[in-house]
Design a protein around this ligand. Structure first.
Ligand code: UDP
Length: 244
């Protein structure tokens, strides 16, 4: 069992990016059990506080990973540091590289019409021989209909890119249908992989400023990003209560 840091009642795994990749590889090669992974940012953790059903979905995950600096800072404030941030988008690339090397098939589910297709095409150009089990947008296909279509292709890895809370709720509801697969919510990753949205350049990510880059380039997200300071305040409160 991997150690976790409880942040606002969500157990975040104390693993490195290399360790989780190793675990997933091992799992796909030797186990016939499924794996549900959540890449949690402050927004996701705050949403679990607001929506009990969503919290219930996230708590079903086998691993909740720290997607971004906010969660790392939160863990540090609680004196239970996490080894490193594991950005969901980078994990997607790790899993694509792994799949092309090991012959695992991947399903791209989510984003607007045409985006998953383009993301899958780009992935195949980047990763030689990558097996795409299928692609499907996240608007026309939802719920049971989506599960049925994915089930027919029997993929090793299912990327669900519908943002929170949709993606984790969909996974929690339908995961039993994919008893051997790795299911992971990857937010806006297809938008980036398809070239529709630009990810922050290295300077910004290296200096933990990806949030600022996003705020400047996608100002419509400003309201959503207010969740980050709110999250840090909530963690601070949790720390004070814990010390009493
Ligand atoms: N999305 C979807 N179906 C929906 C609503 C959203 O497939 O019903 C997609 C949307 O097109 C986008 C992704 O979900 O590609 C969520 O992106 P966002 O930037 O909100 O995700 P984040 O990375 O911030 O969690």
């Amino acid at each position: 069992m991997v150690k976790t840091t409880n942040i606002l009642s969500i157990p975040v795994a104390q693993v490195t990016r290399a360790e989780i990749l190793q675990t997933i590889t091992q799992h796909l090669k030797t186990s016939d059990e499924q794996l549900f992974i959540v890449t949690a940012n402050p927004e996701i953790i705050m949403l679990t506080k607001e929506q009990a059903a969503y919290k219930n979905a996230v708590l079903q995950a086998d691993f909740v990973l720290p997607d971004g600096i906010g969660v790392i800072v939160g863990a540090k404030m609680l004196n239970e540091p996490l080894p490193e941030k594991i950005p969901g988008y980078e994990l997607v690339h790790d899993l694509l590289a792994l799949s092309s090397k090991e012959g695992f098939s991947v399903f791209f589910y989510g984003a607007k019409e045409g985006i998953a297709e383009q993301a899958a095409r780009n992935a195949q150009e980047l990763y030689n021989g990558l097996q795409i089990a299928g692609v499907m947008d996240g608007y026309q296909f939802q719920g049971e209909d989506a599960a049925k279509r994915i089930e027919e292709t029997n993929p090793h890895i299912i990327f669900v890119a519908m943002g929170a809370p949709r993606q984790e709720q969909w996974i929690a509801t339908y995961k039993e249908r994919f008893p051997n697969a790795v299911l992971i919510g990857v937010g806006g990753s297809f938008d980036v992989l398809s070239g529709t949205v630009k990810r922050a350049p290295k300077f910004w990510t290296n200096n933990n400023l990806e949030w600022l880059y996003r705020l400047l380039t996608q100002p419509t997200r400003a309201k959503r990003m207010l969740k980050i300071p709110k999250f840090l305040v909530a963690v601070l409160k949790e720390r004070m209560v814990g010390r009493k």
